[in-house]
Design a protein around this ligand. Structure first.
Ligand code: AMP
Length: 398
């Protein structure tokens, strides 16, 4: 089915055609008609499924282009958990609205407030924001929500994980009651549902439609996943070995702690591998520069903590590496969702040390399958990681 059959206007279809999108992805097929019909929506869809276009395209179609926007007003608000995701979503909005006469911008913390205030003076049709900075701007009366038509919560599960529920509720309390609400989340749980229950006053007369694109917490089939068991002290040597012998063109490498990220960059440099790291301690300008270099291919290996990596969208990222295995299965799924996007092939490699055994059990239980193991010549392990029990439940969840 071509995009034109979904009821999007020509300027939008033209913009996505220019981007090389030939047909809607499953989430787009399901969400676009519902959003165009003005429905509230709760969608479970992983990053990489095309979820951003699934809400941005109909939103561009729906917002009232006839009414003149007053100063400091916005028509659509997209809330994201991180700065990087805000930048990414705003870039998508700009691409998709290229042939429409609509303005858009991102506001997020870590950069000066004043230029953002200045740009809001004339009003902005579509505002992408992180919660903290948005609240600051609202407190300073730099923007008003009385003309808002649509609210989107993107990566709602992540916002819950990052402790933004209070901020989100504060923002929702300021919005006009009559509006369209759209919530997108990679995973669905009670906390996410509670936000969705809160966000619509009109939910009794106009209940939100719910769609789920991938079954709860699964990973895209195009991602080949495997793991290597390793002793903690040989991890950096193993990573350098793989980069060199397998001639990796690109890798996004996840690490637990920010000081570990800087150390790993040094260890790789000692073996002649040029990598860089993004984490919360780096300035926003630095992070954006490093990300741009990684996206353009100038930088081949990027080391990142889990939080910093949110929102990184690289169309054809071929490989992610869990240098440290994440604690939560949802985090594993988010991370590996960085590769194999929109149907392209990708590879997710995890380094697993004995201390990660419980996390591995939790991840494989959630995936409901054992991840293939590979042995690398020259890297025998001293502490063997046993094969997981697939019905593993953490003590705290029993
Ligand atoms: P998202 O899930 O929004 O992070 O999107 C993942 C990637 O898929 C992005 O690089 C988009 O540009 C791309 N994408 C979104 N929709 C389509 C489509 N219909 N056809 C091809 N690529 C798409």
């Amino acid at each position: 089915m071509p995009f034109s059959n979904l009821g999007l206007c020509d300027p939008i279809v033209q913009a996505i055609t220019e981007l090389g999108y030939s047909a809607p992805t499953p989430v787009q097929k399901q969400a676009i008609p519902l959003i165009l019909a003005g429905k509230d929506l709760i969608a479970t869809a992983q990053t990489g499924t095309g979820k951003t276009a699934a809400f941005v395209l109909p939103l561009l179609e729906n917002i009232n282009k006839e009414r003149k926007l007053r100063g400091k007003r916005i028509r659509a608000l997209i809330l994201t958990p991180t700065r990087e995701l805000a930048v990414q979503v705003a870039a998508n909005v700009a691409q998709y609205s290229k042939h429409l006469n609509l303005s858009s911008m991102a506001v997020y913390g870590g950069v000066e407030l004043e230029p953002q205030k200045q740009r809001l003076i004339d009003g902005v049709d579509i505002l992408v924001a992180t919660p903290g900075r948005l609240i600051d701007l609202a407190h300073q009366r730099a923007l008003h929500f009385d003309e808002l038509e649509v609210l989107v919560l993107d990566e709602a599960d992540r916002m819950v994980d990052m402790g933004f529920v209070g901020d989100i509720n504060k923002i929702i309390a300021r919005l006009p009651a009559s509006r369209q609400n759209l919530l997108f989340s990679a995973t669905m749980n009670h906390a996410v549902h509670t936000i969705a229950d809160n966000f619509s006053d009109s939910k009794m007369s106009n209940p939100a439609s719910e769609i789920s694109i991938s079954p709860k917490s699964t990973t895209a089939a195009t991602i080949s996943q495997w793991l290597i068991t390793v002793d903690k002290d040989t991890k950096s040597a193993l990573l350098s070995h793989l980069i060199n012998t397998e001639q990796w063109d690109q890798a996004l490498i996840f690490i637990e702690k920010k000081h570990g990220a800087a150390k790993l960059v040094d260890q790789l440099a000692k073996r002649g591998i040029k990598a860089d790291a993004i984490h919360g301690d780096k300035s926003q300008a630095m992070r954006e520069k490093i990300l741009a270099d990684f996206k353009s291919g100038k930088l081949k290996y990027l080391v990142s903590t889990g939080v910093s990596a949110r929102g990184i969208d690289i169309g054809d990222l071929s490989r992610v590496v869990n240098y440290d295995l994440p604690f939560k299965p949802e985090e594993y799924i988010h991370r590996i969702g960085r590769t194999g996007r929109a149907g392209t092939a990708g590879e997710a490699i995890s380094f697993v040390a004995m201390g990660d055994f419980k996390n591995l059990c939790a991840i494989e239980s959630r995936l409901n399958h054992i991840i293939d193991r590979k042995e690398i010549e020259g890297f025998p392990v001293r502490k063997v990681v046993p094969i997981s029990i697939l019905n593993y439940v953490r003590k705290s969840q029993r």
